[in-house]
Ligand binder design. Structure first.
Ligand SMILES: *Cc1c(COP(=O)(O)O)cnc(C)c1O
Length: 404
C-alpha cells in the first residue's frame, strides 16, 4: 500500500498554488517533480563537494569523483547492466540517441535498412533521418493499429537481412502503450540487427532488467523519474560501445594527445567529453534510490488504479474519444472531447490550477495517424491522488459548459 500523503510531503512543489488553487500536476509524462531527497543532494553537492571530477588530487575532487562514480554504479545496479562502464552519463535521452546515430555513420551504407515504429517521439525519429541522409540507408516504419499497439505482423514482414538497427520506445509518451520489446529484440537478433530502446517514458513506471532483455542500447532521462533535468543515460553492451567512435572530442575523453595523434580513453570516458553535469549525475542516483524506496511494483499498481479510475470517469463524458487503449499501458491518457480544440480545454484547466499537456506531444506522426492536430494528455505519477482526478473531471465538465 502506498502512503500518498506521506509521499506528497516529500515534494515541495505539490503544495504550490496555481491561479489561486491547489496545483494538480498531471503533466508527468513531460517531466516529473523532484522530492526533497533529491533536491537536498543537489544542494549538498554545491554546499560541500563542488569541484571538477576525475582530475584533481585534492580532497574535494576525490569526494566529488567518488559520489559521481557511486551514482554510476547505482544506475548500473538499478538497470542490471553487467558493468558500470556500460553506463554512459549523457545530457538525456535525446543526446544518448544522437550519440548512437552519429556513431553508426561510418558503419552504414545505402543497402542497409533502419527501422523505427510509428509511435516514436521526435527524438527517436529525427536523428535516424539525419543518419539516413548521411549514409544513404533507408528508414522503414513499423505501423500501428487503431488501439495504439504496434502491428507486429507487419514488423515480421519488414524485418530482413538488410535490417541493421531497430529503434522502438519501451512506452509511448503520446499513448502510454507498453511495447513488446523483448519480442522485438529477439526477432531483430534473429536477423543480426541491433536494437535501441527509448526508455524515457518507461523508466518512471517499470524497472527494466537490461541483461535479461539482452538489449543492445537502452536510453533514458533522469528528469522523468524524479531526478533533475540535463542528465540521462546511454546503456550499451561493452563490445558495441568499444567499436563506436567518440561523439564529441575534448577533455576527459582522451588517453594521450599530441598534435600528430590522439588516443581515446577507455569506456565510459570515451563518450564523456568535457565537464559533465556532476550534481545531476549524483542526483540521478538519489532519484533511483528514492523511487526504489517506494518500490516499482507498488508504484505500478497504484498508478494503474489511478489510470482505471480516471479512464472510467472520462468515458462517462459525452463526446469523449480516448486515443490509445492498449491492454498494457502506463498512466497516460490522451483524449479529445467532440470538436473542442485541445488548447482551449487545456487553458481552462490551467485557470483551475490543473496542469495537463496539449498538442502533439513531440509525436506528430501519431497525431497524423489518428487524423487530429493534437490531444489533451493527462499523465499520472505515484504522488497523484483520486481526489485530484475528481477535480480534473469536474474541471473538464466546467470547461465544457463554457466551450460547448
Ligand atoms: C521525454 C521523451 C523523450 C525525450 O527526452 P529528453 O529528456 O527531452 O531528451 C524521448 N522519448 C520519449 C518516449 C519521451 O517520453
Amino acid at each position: 500500500m502506498i502512503d500518498v500523503n506521506k509521499i506528497r510531503a516529500d515534494f515541495p512543489i505539490l503544495s504550490r498554488k496555481v491561479n489561486g488553487q491547489d496545483l494538480v500536476y498531471f503533466d508527468n509524462a513531460a517531466t516529473s517533480q523532484t522530492p526533497n531527497q533529491v533536491i537536498e543532494v543537489i544542494v549538498d553537492y554545491y554546499s560541500r563537494l563542488n569541484s571538477n571530477i576525475h582530475r584533481g588530487v585534492h580532497k574535494l575532487s576525490q569526494e566529488a569523483t567518488d559520489a559521481y562514480e557511486t551514482a554510476r554504479i547505482k544506475i548500473q545496479k538499478h538497470f542490471n547492466a553487467a558493468e558500470p562502464y556500460e553506463i554512459i552519463l549523457t545530457a538525456g535521452t535525446t543526446e544518448s540517441i544522437n550519440l548512437i546515430a552519429s556513431g553508426y555513420t561510418k558503419f552504414l551504407n545505402p543497402k542497409d535498412e533502419l527501422m523505427i515504429s510509428a509511435m516514436e517521439h521526435h527524438s527517436n525519429i529525427v536523428p535516424w533521418q539525419m543518419l539516413c541522409e548521411k549514409t544513404g540507408a533507408h528508414l522503414k516504419v513499423i505501423p500501428m493499429k487503431l488501439d495504439g499497439t504496434l502491428n507486429m505482423e507487419a514488423f515480421d514482414k519488414l524485418l530482413n537481412s538488410k535490417t541493421k538497427l531497430v529503434f522502438v520506445n519501451h512506452v509511448s509518451n503520446a499513448l502510454g502503450t507498453v511495447n513488446p520489446i523483448k519480442e522485438i529484440i529477439n526477432k531483430a537478433h534473429g536477423y543480426e540487427a541491433l536494437v535501441l530502446i527509448d526508455g524515457a517514458q518507461a523508466c518512471p513506471h517499470i524497472k527494466p532488467d537490461l541483461q535479461a532483455l539482452d538489449v543492445d542500447f537502452y536510453v533514458t532521462s533522469a528528469h522523468k523519474l524524479c531526478g533533475p533535468t540535463g542528465v540521462g543515460m546511454l546503456y550499451g553492451k561493452a563490445e558495441l560501445l568499444k567499436e563506436l567512435p567518440p561523439y564529441q572530442g575534448g577533455g576527459e575523453m582522451i588517453a594521450t594527445v599530441t598534435f600528430e595523434k590522439t588516443t581515446y580513453a577507455d569506456l565510459p570516458h570515451k563518450f564523456e567529453a568535457g565537464t559533465p553535469n556532476i550534481s545531476g549525475g549524483i542526483a540521478f542516483g538519489a532519484a533511483l534510490d528514492y523511487m526504489n524506496s517506494i518500490g516499482f511494483d507498488t508504484i505500478a499498481k497504484y498508478e494503474n488504479e489511478l489510470l482505471t479510475y480516471c479512464t472510467d470517469a472520462l468515458k462517462k463524458i459525452d463526446g469523449i474519444k480516448i486515443y490509445g487503449e492498449a491492454p498494457d499501458k502506463t498512466a497516460v491518457i490522451s483524449f479529445n472531447v467532440g470538436e473542442i480544440h485541445p488548447y482551449d480545454l487545456g487553458s481552462i484547466l490551467d485557470q483551475l490550477g490543473i496542469a495537463v499537456r496539449t498538442g502533439h506531444h513531440c509525436a506528430q506522426p501519431v497525431m497524423d495517424f489518428f487524423e487530429i492536430p493534437g490531444t489533451v494528455r493527462a499523465s499520472f505519477s505515484f504522488y497523484n491522488t483520486f481526489e485530484e482526478i475528481d477535480r480534473f473531471i469536474a474541471g473538464i465538465q466546467k470547461a465544457l459548459l463554457m466551450l460547448r
